[in-house]
Design a protein around this ligand. Structure first.
Ligand code: GLY
Length: 569
């Protein structure tokens, strides 16, 4: 019998061999549609997918895989994979079938205040909520992944973190996607010395084929592997975070780090046709908004519609407009704000449904948030994991913008988030995604900022049926809702569902966004004739989806817009 240490060593050497073969073959991007029996993992980065497959091969369950992939993405997908950010997990325990939501969203530091991004004359300080130390919330990822492992994991913690540490230590090959992403953000990354040292070479972005070694990140990950969350929230790494804050004018203190806690929450659950959908509750807006949109669409007969028909796109946009209006007013951290309970109540939604004009776009100025009965991109990344025991995990986590606030903690090798921008930094002032808010989402110490991240599980006859989620800021909500409609109402294959052209409406600005080059001129003219303000935009989001067939076999699709992959056993 191998000791735990030698088991880890043997696992790591197998892993590195396979990783080498994957990179040598250039397998990234080649994706065969196939079914898996033992377990499946779909992520936005092939090397992270491979880490997940290796954990399955080592006997891990879906939760073990989810933890290992979370750390691996923090190395190979630095724009969004993270230990300096936060996120959400929707999980289903195969034993007993309980579905729960794990909230490891960042919190506002104790020193945060409603006025912190405003000048004396009440004007918003440019970039303060998006760039640099002041933009960072207290990170939640390490605490969240540890909590997930403690409750559901089966392999030793160290075994799950070590592959990521090894990748950072020995280096990994930069692929075309990462090279292009680093080049796109080169100027802003170069603005911070520690960031430039970590991700750039002499000020230049690495080229595809270069090896990226992240030694400081490796040390941090080894500390987390050995000590669990204490290796991050206390000790040397915590000291480095606090020094970084002091040097760059941020607020996160030792107490903020020590006090951070992830929270188990009751998911938002709703019916769509014969399916039961579970998605993320506040502080995400995802579950409620997806629930509202799908419930508003529910009564319509789709028999004569298609995913590209003007009638469908119009109806969806009207429903999304109504839902995002509610989001702006009613949603925030439920530990700080009394989120109305009736936002998915049938009588309330019937009243909202009356506001949908079936033929003409309703100008957003004519739509206000409702009065429910009182009484719930690249910038983010999602992955979906499932095993034959019925354990199911959907995780969306983020630094907010690509590469977060662009600031690397010196000596600790990881990027900090700029999640504070997801608060309403001033009533009515749009955030990075053009979303506005007010009282419900104002900044308060210790509060979690409102999110759109929507890790989602769909059940059919009580059994897991789909696992899905996506990056994309506010677009996450419409992307996930459209995927459910495409797969279950329009009966597209999973690959078609994920590849299908996307559109988005979020009430304000009053614009119907269409993916560029994907909608024909007749459709565009049809939408304009109905009064929509149409704007084409480059393809968005990076959906990672799993379908579980009735016989328990699992298949997956990683969004062709990204560079992700599907793996399994
Ligand atoms: N940072 C994007 C979101 O949480 O919605």
């Amino acid at each position: 019998m191998l000791s735990r240490k030698s088991r880890v060593a043997s696992f790591v050497s197998t892993f590195i061999t396979i990783l080498f073969l994957v990179q040598l073959c250039g397998c990234a991007g080649i994706e065969l549609s196939r079914y898996y029996k033992r377990g499946i993992v779909v992520t936005g980065a092939p090397v992270a997918t491979q880490v997940g497959v290796e954990i399955f091969a080592a006997g891990g369950n879906a939760f073990d895989v989810a933890v290992a992939v979370g750390f691996a993405l923090a190395v190979v997908h630095p724009e969004a994979g993270n230990i300096g950010g936060g996120g959400f997990a929707m999980v289903r325990d195969g034993h007993g079938g309980l579905v729960e939501a794990l909230d490891f969203r960042e919190t506002a530091p104790a020193g945060a205040s409603e006025q912190m991004y405003l000048e004396d004359d009440d004007q918003v300080r440019p970039d303060a909520s998006t760039t640099g130390a002041l933009a960072a919330g207290v990170p939640g990822t390490v605490a969240g992944l540890y909590e997930l492992w403690q409750r559901h994991g089966s392999l030793p913690w160290e075994q799950l973190v070590t592959p990521a540490a090894q990748l950072a230590e020995t280096g990994f090959l930069v692929d075309d996607y990462l090279a292009a992403s680093l080049e796109k953000h080169r100027e802003s990354l170069a603005g911070f010395e520690a960031t430039a040292q970590m991700l750039l070479t002499g000020g230049d972005a690495p080229s595809a084929g270069d090896s990226l070694v992240l030694s400081d990140l490796a040390s941090t990950l080894y500390a987390i592997a050995a000590e669990g969350p204490d290796g991050f929230y206390k000790g040397t790494v915590a000291d480095k975070i606090v020094s970084c804050m002091q040097e760059h004018g941020g607020l996160i203190s030792h107490d903020d780090l020590k006090d951070y806690k992830s929270v188990w929450r009751t998911p938002i659950a709703f019916q769509f046709d014969s399916l039961t959908v579970y998605s993320m509750p506040p502080p995400s807006s995802g579950g409620i908004c997806i629930g509202q949109i799908l419930s508003l669409l529910q009564p319509y007969d789709f028999a004569t519609l298609s995913p590209m028909s003007v009638e469908y796109i119009h109806l969806f946009a009207e429903a999304a407009r109504l839902s995002f209006a509610d989001r702006s007013e009613h949603l925030g951290d439920p530990d700080f704000y009394d989120v109305p309970k009736g936002l998915l109540a049938p009588p309330y939604l019937e009243h909202r449904a009356d506001l949908i004009d079936k033929d003409q776009a309703t100008p957003s100025q004519q739509i206000s948030p409702g009065a429910p009965i009182s009484g719930e991109s690249e910038q983010t990344t999602h992955y979906s994991v499932c095993d034959s025991a019925g354990n199911t995990v959907a995780i969306t986590y983020t630094l907010n913008a690509a590469y977060g606030c662009k600031l690397v903690v010196e000596g600790a090798g990881f990027l900090l988030n700029n999640e504070m921008d997801d608060f309403s930094i001033k009533p009515g002032y749009p955030n990075l995604y053009g979303l506005i808010g007010g009282e419900a989402n104002k900044i308060e110490p210790g509060k979690r900022m409102l999110s759109s991240m929507s890790p989602t599980l769909v059940f059919k006859d009580g059994q897991p049926f789909m696992v899905l989620g996506s990056p994309g800021g506010s677009k996450i909500i419409t992307v996930v809702a459209q995927a459910i409609v495409n797969f279950t109402r329009f009966h597209l294959s999973l690959a078609e569902t994920v590849a299908q052209a996307r559109f988005h409406h979020q009430w304000l600005p009053d614009i119907l966004y269409l993916e560029e080059g994907r909608f024909d001129i007749n459709t565009i003219q049809g939408l304009i004739a109905r009064g929509h303000n149409v704007k084409e935009q480059e393809p968005f989001s990076d959906l990672q989806a799993v379908y579980i067939a009735e016989d328990g076999l699992m298949t997956g699709t990683s969004d062709p817009r990204g560079r992700g992959s599907v793996g399994g056993l």
